[in-house]
Design a binder for this molecule. Structure first.
Ligand code: IPM
Ligand code: MN
Length: 353
């Protein structure tokens, strides 16, 4: 297969983990005889600094022309505490999602047995938890009409039937391939937009008789995720709720540095770690590259390259088992490995397999 990859490394630790993702993808390509080519493009604070725009037109074109985008992270502290900044790195991410029509954000929450002790939850609660959160990504408050005055401001949480239907369809398709349990998370006791979600889901449910559909208010869902994370199989929810719940989901697994995600829709799909740009760690060779590397696994699986994706996952598991780990998940007294060393170990594993 020929794969053209747009590489958007972004800010902070982004460039360091990006290299590891690219090296792993290259190793897989060589092993299985795929022709993978790369084109780098600017985004986030790096793009603001270079051309004044966090998602420049040229980057958009590079993404459009690619088969997939391997994205890393954006964000820079110099924008965080400045509410009057006119452009922000995060706008680049939002523009990318909107312009590429990436309405479905797939965020798996998985545990790794050897890291259970790192979870803030008790072993017996979290062991075996394995669910997917499907977050609507191009609607709701993030993109609804806004007003920002000195004395009054608002964001509008608008959803159309079409937007709700297409994301629920993604949810049902995932549920069919997994344990056939879909939980629609909303706030239908208060929000009109949520009632539309619930109504559309109730209408669609009979088309998926093999799937058990249930509904949960978001406040309750956030509680259930820590009390009984194994309850969930596939969860589907609107943009803002999904943003919040997936951060919660990522920390129950033990390390945020381990979770990948995929954003899909009408345009080029994007694969990226869930974590952010961790500016304090920039250049220190301590960031965990596994979420980026697992994003490569998701990319391969998206193109139905199952064996290839499975090999990447196997290599990641092997690295964890062998205690080849970045400091935040290393066992006491374990050897020191940095971002590059973990990435290289995984590349070697793939090559020698
Ligand atoms: C995420 C991030 C983004 C979001 C930010 C950086 C705009 O938190 O991908 O979850 O809120 O969607
Ligand atoms: Mn978020």
């Amino acid at each position: 297969m020929k794969l053209k990859i747009a590489v958007l490394a972004g800010d902070g630790i982004g460039p360091e983990i990006s290299v590891q993702g690219v090296d792993v993808l290259t190793a897989v390509g060589e092993k299985f005889g795929h022709e993978v080519s790369y084109k780098a493009a600017l985004c986030g604070a790096a793009a603001i600094d270079a051309v004044g725009d966090p998602f420049p037109e040229e980057t958009f074109r590079t993404c459009e022309e690619a088969d997939a985008v391997l994205f890393s992270a954006v964000g820079d502290p110099k924008y965080d505490n400045n509410p009057s900044a006119k452009v922000r790195p995060e706008q680049g991410l939002l523009a990318m999602r909107k312009k590429l029509g990436l309405f479905a954000n797939i965020r798996p929450v998985q545990t790794f047995d050897c890291l259970i002790h790192k979870s803030p939850l008790k072993d017996e609660l979290v062991r075996g938890a394995d669910f997917i959160c499907i977050r609507e990504l191009t609607g709701g408050m993030y993109f609804g009409e806004k007003h920002e005055g000195d004395d009054m401001a608002y964001d509008t949480n608008k959803y159309t039937r079409g937007e709700v239907e297409r994301i629920l369809k993604v949810g049902y398709e995932y549920a069919l391939r997994r344990n056939k349990h879909l939980t629609v998370v909303d706030k239908a006791n208060v929000l009109a937009s949520s009632r539309l979600w619930r109504k559309v889901a109730q209408e669609m449910a009979p088309q998926y008789p093999d799937v058990t559909t249930d509904f949960m208010y978001v406040d309750n869902a956030s509680m259930r995720m820590i009390q009984e994370p194994r309850f969930f199989d596939v969860m589907v929810t609107e943009n803002t709720f999904g943003d919040i719940l997936t951060d919660e989901g990522s920390c129950i697994s033990g390390s945020m540095g381990l979770l990948p995600s995929a954003s899909t829709g009408t345009g080029t799909p994007v694969f990226e770690p869930i974590h952010g740009s961790w500016p304090q760690a920039t250049g220190l060779n301590i960031a965990n590259p596994l979420a980026q590397i697992l994003s490569v696994a998701m990319l391969l699986e998206y193109f139905d390259l199952k064996e290839e994706g499975a090999l990447v996952r196997e290599a990641v598991d092997a690295s964890l088992e062998a205690n080849v780990r970045t400091p935040e998940i290393q066992v006491a007294g374990g050897a020191k490995y940095g971002t590059r060393e973990v990435g290289q170990w995984i590349v070697d594993y793939i090559r020698n397999k």
